[in-house]
Design a binder for this molecule. Structure first.
Ligand SMILES: Nc1ncnc2c1ncn2[C@@H]1O[C@H](COP(=O)(O)OP(=O)(O)OP(=O)(O)O)[C@@H](O)[C@H]1O
Length: 658
């Protein structure tokens, strides 16, 4: 019988170890009983880091004084400053112990862990990271046909960008030119900076140029997003951007626009994910049949998803990623977009690239963004810098920008005297169940959840109404649902989503919006889908609302169906609650789950105590889910908010440096 050390016991959440990590540690001991225990602890910590989205353990950060890698980033736990007591001999000590362990290799062999410099990876992620880097390297080196005809590119770009930018240079035009010049490009930018507008123009130019080259069938273009919600939102905004561009198009541009698809799939659907297997339909040996793939909300892509997408993408195909590099990364391992955009703020465009961009677009890259030593990746990344959604003086925009800069005094100043669109609601730490903050934050007000119930109550068609009338009602209800949302940092604890959901529901019951006698599936109950369900066309993160509809089997009887937005603009999908995969009520939603969604008004609720999960990215992501009004609900002290603004997540990835 193998002896296991005491710290390797199942059910040790206080150590931050999941049972999975413990099982991994035990497996390693069985395989390599003579490995130093210190190396084993590092290996198990490496596995535990995955739960927090880190694909590797950065030993340098671990050993820094104040490096604070809490093994147990439990939601309610505190971070700690400095390495754990069992770390001996600093970075050199870690490296020596790992060198003596059979289960650690350099990536060339089958070892389950790989040590690369000062980073310890689980082999699976290291190999995926290396494939990503090699694949992107190949795509960056591709010279697409458009790059060979800068004069034609210039004509088309001048056609789709027919108005000068308010402030030169026109980064949107530069982004289009960049994506035309490379087989792989990233367009990053905050909310409303015009990523969708830009990509629609890009796709029109690509189709226009393809037609001019005599490619009669046009390019095969697919649009995708990591979640159903993000796909549905891109669907809407692509359709809007296409309409806007078509309104002023000449015949050539109209012909090109007709070949730009508006349908957006989830990445899982695009890759042909199947219910009972991890194997995808499309992969390296059965690639996707397409020439251009655009992925929106790419900040939500983790390493494995990126690896799967690249594997299934034909070698000649162009990949364009859109996303906000400052948003929270995927909860799965790896902040792929954040890492690829690590140098986007400063451009780093080489003189040769600036010349090419000028030739293709007529735009001059400002000196501040030039760098003779710029890397190949830098040339393919463009950051859009101006929000067209928020006025420069809008409360949400200013708050989000200050949070993003980590500017504590600016955040404090904005909250002291909040500009339009921003408000601060202070509550006592024990006020989670009180009605006051819910009223002050707008949740129980006219524009809050009562508006959803009013849409349910007032818009219900006559019993005999035809199906389109029921769809129309559902669309109005779903639109009301998307107008207001309570978001919280955490899932558990008094200010976490779970508890708040129950409390908000009971306040709505007390106010008479939900009848006291009604069952779990009362009309108006909003629910969040927690798992992908390919057969029902539902994806993790989709939100639906329960509604009563006539029962066709029994006269005068009603049945409950949950309405979800369908894949196309006006479609509604009705699903019986009995067929739904795992769902939960969603008056309060965690910021993590809200990625890819937007709401007119948001109440962003912070916890009353410190949590390592409360970071700058989380605040920024939560705040930028709001389009018109943001109420920040602060149950604890200001120091808590200030700490979060200061604390940027340090995702230990290293994919791009592998
Ligand atoms: N160059 C521009 N001039 C004026 N308005 C613009 C410009 N670019 C985009 N817009 C407008 O700004 C709004 C946001 O644009 P868009 O949806 O393209 O941004 P986005 O970055 O994709 O936003 P999201 O945050 O939803 O991802 C739209 O109403 C769009 O019409």
């Amino acid at each position: 019988m193998t002896e296991f050390p005491g710290w390797l016991a199942f059910g040790q959440p206080e150590e931050g170890l999941r049972d999975l990590d413990v099982a991994f540690g035990r497996l390693l001991i069985r395989q390599a009983p003579r490995a130093p225990e210190f190396a084993l602890r590092l290996a198990v910590l490496c596995s535990a880091r995955l739960a927090h989205g880190h694909p590797c353990l950065d030993l340098k950060i671990l050993c820094e004084p104040g490096g604070s890698i809490p093994a147990g980033e439990a939601e309610a736990g505190d971070g700690w400053a400095g390495p754990p007591a069992w770390v001996e001999g600093g970075l050199d000590g870690c490296l020596a112990a790992l060198a003596a362990a059979d289960f650690v290799g350099d990536g060339g062999g089958p070892e389950p862990l790989v040590l690369q410099g000062h980073r310890l990876y689980l082999g699976r992620y290291w190999r995926a990271g290396r494939r990503i880097r090699e694949d992107l390297g190949r795509r960056l080196a591709l010279e697409p046909p458009e790059a060979r005809d800068p004069a034609a590119v210039r004509v088309w770009l001048d056609t789709v960008f027919d108005e000068p930018a308010a402030e030169p240079p026109d980064w949107q035009k530069i982004a289009c030119a960049t994506a035309l010049l490379h087989g792989f490009a990233i367009i990053t930018g905050g909310p409303g900076t015009g990523k969708t507008t830009t990509v629609v123009r890009l796709l029109a130019v690509l189709q226009g140029l393809a037609r001019a080259r005599g490619l009669e069938r046009g390019l095969r273009i697919r649009l995708a997003a990591p979640t159903g919600k993000a796909a549905a939102r891109l669907n809407e905004s692509i359709a809007g951007a296409l309409d806007r561009l078509a309104a002023k198009a000449d015949a050539d541009l109209r012909a090109a626009l007709e070949r730009v698809p508006a349908e957006v799939l989830t990445l899982h659907r695009l890759l042909g994910s199947r219910p009972d297997t991890r194997r995808l339909k499309f992969h390296a040996d059965n690639p996707l049949d397409l020439d251009v793939l655009v992925v929106d909300e790419a900040s939500m892509m983790d390493i494995e998803m990126m690896d799967a997408v690249l594997a299934a993408l034909p070698a000649h195909a162009r990949l364009v990623l859109l996303g906000d590099k400052d948003q929270l990364a995927s909860v799965e391992a790896g902040a792929v977009l954040g890492e690829l955009c690590g140098r986007a703020e400063d451009g780093h465009y080489t003189p040769a690239q600036c010349d090419r961009l000028l030739e293709c677009s007529g735009e001059t890259v400002p000196v501040a963004y030039r760098d003779p030593a710029g890397a190949a990746l830098d040339q393919a990344v463009v950051m859009l810098r101006r929000s067209h959604r928020f006025q420069a003086d809008s409360g949400i925009g200013r708050f989000a920008a200050a949070v993003n800069r980590g500017d504590v005094p600016a955040v404090a100043g904005l909250l002291r005297d909040p500009p339009d669109g921003l408000s601060l609601v202070r509550t006592g730490p024990s006020a989670a169940s009180s009605e006051a903050w819910l009223r002050d934050s707008g949740a129980l007000g006219e524009a809050g959840y009562p508006a959803l119930f009013r849409a349910v109550r007032d818009g219900r068609p006559e019993r005999a109404a035809p199906p389109p009338a029921w769809d129309c009602w559902a669309r109005v209800v779903l639109a009301s649902q998307a107008r207001f949302q309570v978001l919280c940092a955490l899932r558990d604890g008094p200010w976490g989503a779970r508890g708040l959901n129950r409390r908000i529901e009971s306040h709505l019951r007390a106010a008479g919006w939900i009848a006291a006698s009604e069952e779990a599936w009362y009309p108006g109950r909003p629910v969040l889908v927690l798992r992908n369900h390919a057969a029902l066309g539902l994806a993790n993160g989709d939100i639906g609302v329960a509604l009563p509809v006539p029962d066709p089997e029994q006269e005068d009887a009603w049945m409950v169906r949950v309405a979800f937005a369908g894949a196309t603009r006006d479609a509604v999908r009705w699903v019986s609650p009995a067929r739904l995969p795992e769902v939960e009520t969603v008056y309060a939603l965690t910021v993590h789950k809200s990625q890819g969604s937007e709401f007119d008004r948001v109440a962003l609720v912070l916890p009353d105590r410190r949590s390592p999960l409360l970071t700058r990215e989380l605040l920024y992501t939560g705040a930028t889910r709001a389009r018109r009004a943001l109420a920040l609900v602060l149950p604890g002290e200001d120091a808590l908010l200030n700490d979060a603004v200061r604390r940027g997540t340090r995702r230990a990835g290293g994919i791009w440096t592998l």
